[in-house]
Write a protein that binds this ligand. Structure first.
Ligand code: FAD
Ligand code: UDP
Length: 362
């Protein structure tokens, strides 16, 4: 008899399994994939280079609680991610900052002059409701069109005006020269990779892990008391209220016979190319190797669900599923797919730790 079946061995499921196992509960973790780690899974490719199978995963958080918790399962290497954008035939820093504008236009503005420039271009939009509003009200139409409009269309197959403000609000605008993608207090990568960290989390005498296993195939056969579910919430309820849209990606991995491919971890291609970005893994992992491995990301409507799509209409559908989930006894929903939230890894960990505190005495 298992106290819990945990569906999904990504961040949400692994945190829940590890925490519950620590209180003496017997846990069965199942994942339909052939590995742990969910979308954060990494592995050594044929050339021996550590790559992220499902696209680049850079860890960053402002939460000491999340950082301290994960530090039990991994050592870290400091890493501050940098992104360049290919715009008008130049490679310029993203998020847009002072250097971006100066490089793009051949100017020599200082911070105050850039603030003045942005004020003169920004569109007065109140209230800010959509992802277009966010950018237009910060930088005006020209930079919006160069950096955001087409990238967003490519990534989501939606115009920014159809997406919640929260999507493009993830990317700030700066009038200084800070060219880091994130400014969080903790910016680190697991020293031996994500998968090694997950394996440590799940290596507990109270946890059994079964891979290549869909929970639907075992639910009648294995006795259990509760479920922690981290898969797509609409699938759990057999799409009763219709399909919740998730955006998928296709990844094209390549290994090149050269040490370095591009000047930063990630280069975004907002406009010309079919892909959104290229990431070179050695920047993220710090690995030294005579070859280099990169990944192209192509956005897709069909395929594994990766991104919940933040629109008003989708939030409405999700609310119905959430009400069902809240009224399903002994089943607890957590994670990016199960709560339909565009969460980063640290937010998923925080959400799972909060759920654990709520249910630990059941
Ligand atoms: P997942 O990792 O999706 O895990 C869910 C698991 O459930 C999966 O392994 C799935 O196989 C399993 N499952 C589903 N249905 C079933 C079933 N029926 N039976 C059994 N198992 C099932 N976050 C960051 O903080 N930094 C980044 O740089 C970053 N980059 C990202 C890049 C990309 C391309 C993507 C897609 C996401 C990125 N994220 C990043 C977000 C990060 O991936 C998520 O926040 C995190 O991995 C979500 O963890 P999770 O456990 O909720 O879901
Ligand atoms: N975005 C954009 N141009 C860029 C970078 C981001 O238009 O060069 C928009 C796009 O809509 C994207 C969102 O901002 O989906 C969030 O970007 P982020 O890099 O956080 O996306 P993720 O890494 O989660 O795919």
């Amino acid at each position: 008899m298992f106290d819990y079946i945990v569906v999904g061995a990504g961040f949400a499921g692994s945190v829940m399994a590890e925490r519950l196992a620590g209180t003496g509960k017997k846990i069965l973790v199942v994942d339909k994939r052939g590995h742990v780690g969910g979308n954060a899974y990494d592995h050594y490719d044929e050339a021996g280079i550590l790559v992220h199978k499902y696209g680049p995963h850079i860890f960053h958080t402002n939460s000491p609680e999340v950082y301290d918790y994960l530090s039990r399962f991994t050592e870290w290497r400091p890493y501050e991610h940098k992104v360049l954008g290919s715009v008008d035939g130049k490679l310029v820093p993203i998020p847009i900052n002072l250097n971006t504008v100066n490089l793009l236009y051949g100017w020599h503005l200082d911070s105050e002059e850039m603030e003045e420039f942005l004020r003169s271009r920004a569109e007065p939009i109140i209230p800010v409701r959509t992802s277009a509003d966010v950018v237009l009200s910060r930088v005006g139409r020209e930079l919006y069109e160069k950096f955001f409009k087409n990238y967003t269309k490519k990534q989501w197959d939606l115009d920014p005006s159809e997406l919640d403000a929260s999507v493009t609000a993830r990317v700030p605008v700066r009038t200084n020269q800070d060219d880091r993608y994130f400014t969080d207090a903790f910016q680190v990568m697991p020293l031996h990779g994500y998968t090694a960290m997950f394996e440590k989390m799940l290596s507990h005498e109270n946890i059994e892990t079964r891979l290549n296993t869909d929970y639907k195939d075992i639910i009648g056969q294995v006795p259990y008391k509760n479920i922690v579910y981290t898969g797509p919430v609409d699938s759990y309820f057999d799409y009763r209220y219709g399909k919740l849209p998730y955006r998928s990606l296709e990844f094209k991995h390549e290994t090149l016979d050269q040490q370095v491919f591009q000047p930063t971890g990630t280069v975004n291609y907002p406009n010309e190319q079919a892909f959104t970005r290229i990431t070179e893994f050695k920047y993220l992992t710090g690995q030294a190797h005579e070859k280099t491995s990169i990944v192209y990301e192509f956005s897709r409507a069909e395929g594994d669900p990766y991104y919940p799509i933040p629109t008003t209409a989708n939030a409405e559908i999700y609310r119905k599923y959430q009400a069902l989930a809240d009224n399903t006894p002994n089943v607890f929903f957590t994670g990016r797919l199960a709560t339909y939230k565009y969460y980063n890894m640290d937010q998923v960990v925080a959400q799972a730790l909060t759920l654990f505190k709520k249910i630990q005495h059941l």
